[in-house]
Design a protein around this ligand. Structure first.
Ligand code: C2E
Ligand code: MG
Ligand code: MG
Ligand code: MG
Length: 287
């Protein structure tokens, strides 16, 4: 505690807290309103099968278009929504929006929706998901839920919910694998279909032996556990080629396509070309 380092430290500490708290309260007030005023949007980013070179699905990524702040990133407002309980309402909105949109896509693409551990603690998350499927008519087999390991999952309730969802035919992925503190015990306790390797391991896979060994090991382990692997944050051909050489089956990242508004998905699918060196890429390579 700040108290232990003396009076001045206490004052500085609480002044900072004051400014930070005000800012958070103001953002929270706006977020509450945004949830009603449709300032929220779902963007969609392609996930690509590296073997068939086809798009296999899209991940829904929440965007908040704030009247004066512009786009506020989910990294800023999701934690706020979780702490305030707003995540239940926002989460239900994203589920409905993603299922609705996916039901209208020109193909049997899957749609992945992020679910925070806070949502898994909510008693009616199962019925939220069930009614999003019912209302949209999307088959359960086309919905994937992505769970991060950032917060400790409640072993019993969350486990029951995930198992019930899997029985329904919904896919479950472990997101940001390798960055949380409980990765391996999660794999033992929960029935995941897929692992998403965090972009921090993908970023330097072509030049770091350590990252390469970690990715190789995750791929071997996932294979033996019967889980598939998606590499996140693929930006360059070097990364892509290394991932393919290691046997990674799925990829996602700016090299294939950035998150886009729902209205652009059909056009993106129609014009889809697997990125090749020398061919035209939608992404300007920096390195
Ligand atoms: P995530 O689920 O791991 O999503 C991947 C993040 O990586 C997204 O950030 C995406 O825009 C970004 N990304 C994709 N390709 C690349 C690339 O090639 N390079 C780099 N540098 N980044 C890339 P975004 O959209 O800012 O979302 C951040 C996080 O917020 C997500 O991480 C997810 O944990 C959370 N989130 C987003 N939407 C939702 C939602 O609807 N519900 C919940 N509960 N969480 C959400
Ligand atoms: Mg995700
Ligand atoms: Mg991730
Ligand atoms: Mg992430």
């Amino acid at each position: 505690r700040a108290k232990e380092s003396g009076r001045n430290a206490v004052r500085e500490y609480s002044d900072d807290m004051g400014a930070d708290r005000k800012e958070r309260l103001s953002l929270l007030r706006d977020l509450r309103a945004a949830a009603d005023a449709s300032e929220l949007m779902a963007f969609f980013q392609p996930i690509v099968d590296l073997r068939t070179r086809e798009i296999m699905g899209f991940e829904a990524l929440l965007r908040w278009r704030h009247a004066t702040r512009g786009f506020v990133s989910p990294g800023q407002f999701i934690p706020l929504a979780e702490e305030s309980g707003l995540i239940s309402r926002i989460g239900a909105w994203v589920l409905n929006e993603a299922c609705q949109r996916a039901a209208g896509w020109p193909g049997e693409f899957k749609v992945a929706v992020n679910l925070s551990p806070a949502q898994l603690r909510i008693q009616d998350v199962f019925s939220q998901i069930y009614s999003a499927l019912q209302n949209s008519g999307l088959p359960a087999s086309r919905l994937v839920l992505e769970i991060t390991e950032s917060v400790q999952l409640d072993q019993t309730h969350a486990g029951q919910t995930l198992r019930a969802l899997r029985d329904l035919g919904v896919g479950v992925s472990l997101d940001d694998f390798g960055t949380g503190y409980a990765s391996l015990s999660y794999l033992r306790s929960f029935p995941f279909d897929a692992i998403k390797i965090d972009q921090s391991f993908v970023r330097d896979i072509h030049r770091s032996e350590e990252s390469q060994i970690i990715v190789q090991t995750v791929l071997a382990m996932a294979g033996r556990l019967g889980m598939s692997v998606v590499a996140e944050g693929v930006e360059t051909f070097e990364q892509l080629e290394t991932l393919i050489a290691e046997g990674c089956a799925k990829g996602q990242g700016h090299l294939f396509g950035a998150p886009m508004p729902a209205a652009e998905v059909a056009g993106f699918v129609a014009q889809w070309k697997y990125p090749t060196r020398g061919g035209r890429s939608r992404f300007t390579l920096v390195s």
